[in-house]
Design a binder for this molecule. Structure first.
Ligand code: C2E
Ligand code: MG
Ligand code: MG
Ligand code: MG
Length: 292
């Protein structure tokens, strides 16, 4: 197979194999080596308290530093990892790397805040999950309350009893749990009762064009209201516009994550943000808009 021998101009230009298909096949093949050689890296996006601009956390987001294709975003390879079974190894590497960073930041005397770690349903539901999730915390002596697992609700529909059980066990150990991409997919409000989560993350789908569509405002408003009534915290993800930020602040949304405060940044730069503790909202161009 020509495909086996790496990037090959014949295959790239082949009429019956598009670049996209070629790329997917080659990424699928390269993923095993990437896990073995540690070609991943994490970037971090601050999560900010809406009313005081205090940095109260950050989400760890994975990137694949591919030797040929360059820096790849999760959308380009996590589906493949779900299918070829590598997702659990990848998610476990992420947790370990986060613990390593927390340990480093602690030694650098940086005030620590919880780090949000995404877990796919596949890696969350493995039988040895609990043990594997706790091991890196023990290794680096990290308190579980510094880890906030983000679970995408729609991916748990089939196994919801088992998910509820794992969540309960993790909560008992002191981990935090958030429901990610809330409001999208085949989600059920029943899960809010069944899953002991602390935070709902409103999906970017609604927030990105929040003020342009009255449906988005109605849905976002309802989620914030419901979260308050259920005694849950709520994070709006993908906030870019000052007007949207103001709208969310007025409605009592607890936390904001989005380009208006910061894009995801390197471990080195998030450390500086943690040290400052406060972020001010900026326009995409970096201009200051709100004085607080
Ligand atoms: P997510 O967990 O919903 O993460 C939020 C995504 O929205 C991130 O994309 C982030 O960069 C992006 N985002 C945040 N604020 C803004 C904004 O204001 N504007 C715009 N345009 N985008 C914004 P990213 O890093 O590409 O991650 C995509 C998804 O990949 C994540 O969605 C998450 O589901 C998944 N993912 C990322 N890292 C991991 C991981 O380590 N393990 C697993 N299982 N999934 C991961
Ligand atoms: Mg997430
Ligand atoms: Mg999300
Ligand atoms: Mg999302």
């Amino acid at each position: 197979y020509a495909i086996e021998s790496g990037v090959n101009s014949y295959m790239v230009h082949s009429k019956d194999l598009s670049l996209d298909t070629y790329k997917r096949i080659s990424l699928d093949r390269d993923l095993f080596k990437a896990v073995k050689d540690g070609q991943f890296e994490l970037i971090f996006q601050p999560i900010v308290e809406a009313d005081r601009n205090m940095v109260v956390g950050a989400e760890a987001l994975i990137r694949w530093n591919h030797p040929e294709w360059g820096l790849l975003s999760p959308d380009e390879f996590l589906n493949l990892a779900e299918m070829n079974g590598l997702i659990a190894d990848i998610d476990n590497w992420v947790l370990e790397d986060v613990c390593r960073s927390l340990d480093l930041w602690r030694r650098q005397k940086v005030p620590l805040v919880p780090i949000s770690v995404n877990r796919s349903a596949k890696s969350f539901l493995q039988f040895d999950t609990l043990e594997r999730m706790i091991t890196p915390l023990r290794t680096y002596n990290i308190d579980p309350s510094l880890i906030n697992f983000e679970l995408t609700e729609s991916s748990f529909v089939e196994n919801s009893d088992r998910v509820a059980e794992v969540i309960a066990q993790l909560r008992e150990k002191g981990f935090r749990i958030a429901l990610d991409d809330f409001g999208t997919g085949f989600s059920s409000l029943f899960h809010l009762k069944e899953f002991q989560v602390q935070t709902l993350k409103i999906d970017r789908e609604f927030i990105g064009s929040l003020l342009d569509e009255s449906e988005n405002m109605a849905i976002t408003n309802a989620i914030i209201q419901m979260a308050q009534d259920l005694d849950l915290k709520v994070t709006a993800e993908g906030v870019e516009e000052p007007a949207a930020l103001r709208w969310l602040q007025e409605r009592g949304c607890d936390y904001i994550q989005g380009y208006i405060y910061s894009k995801p940044v390197s471990a080195e730069n998030i450390r500086k943000i943690f040290a400052k503790r406060v972020l001010k909202p900026v326009y995409a161009g970096g201009q200051q808009v709100v004085e607080k």
